[in-house]
Design a binder for this molecule. Sequence first.
Ligand code: PLP
Length: 364
Amino acid sequence: MNSQWPAWLPLRADLLGLTPYGAPQMEKMIQLNTNENPYELPESVISQMTARLADLLHTLNRYPDRDAVKLRSSLASYINSRSATSFTVENIWAANGSNEILQTLMLAMGERGALGFLPSYSVHPLIAQTTKTPWSSGTRRADFTLDSDAAVAQILKSQPALTFITTPNNPTGTSLSLSDITKLAIATSEVSGLLIVDEAYAEFSEEISAVTLIDKYPNIVVVRTMSKAFAFAGARVGYLIARPEIINAALVTRLPYHLSAQTQAMAEVALENAPLLLAEVARLISERDRVKSELESLGLDVVPSSANFLMFTGFEGSPSDLWKRLVDRGILIRDIGIPQYLRVTIGTPAENDRFLTELKSLTS
Ligand SMILES: *Cc1c(COP(=O)(O)O)cnc(C)c1O
């Protein structure tokens, strides 16, 4: 048996080889490893949140709104304003981060299996495993883009209940066009499955959101988060957009009162201030383009990205070695386990400069 766990522990046999999810968290470092937004919330938003929280504390003896109706209508308005759609509260569900959304979907609908195209978000197969969802790993081209015809063939072959695509993809940064997503939606519907489109980085991308396809292809489920563009990772708010039947089915597996009153209220304030919070997105995009060209001028190869991070290669030695040397200099980026590649999150201009300076001294 696996020596990592004591023999007396009644852990499920299929979990024996796993360890808890663990991107390193190190304080006092320049943190460019988990794709967070480097900017704090603006003071004006913080004071609105403080006032809302002060009111709320008087009713913490009561359970929160189990259906988060106010928050879900605010999310519907936000999506409608960006994508010219007409979703209502019935088309939205919210949870403690999009990871909880993914878990809820797999618990409710994963029995016939899930498929994803690697490399992609490592949490998809991880949640599949913990929810006993049989997982199939599909592939991408050598340049990390998705060949949609090959993907269709993989869908028809493994006939999954849930097919996951991430666009822009993490960790590669590459994105999929609406016409490719359409092909996958048709193939997944032919095998009576859902297409789960993880759009955690949508606000950083110029592609039109897959939410615009839901009307025509009702087996599409779009998963979004406030963790990245909204600078709200600590609050834990993710949501999904889909037809109501899908949401109602997913709800069978959600925990009662899963989304705290504080979380709901803070997210409502954040959405009331959406334009202000999203103002930094444009700055991060222009920093992404600057960092990309600086990396290229160091002789590195950078995968084209429409998210707030870059994956790069072309350095000497192993990724883990370079990662470690950057850590020694106070900079935390991500070793995503792809041979020869590392991923860096776009930070503030000063953080990016520090990263580039240290990287230059280590690679030249
Ligand atoms: C960061 C990320 C998430 C977000 O997770 P939350 O639980 O909402 O913080 C989801 N999907 C992808 C692809 C991500 O990179």
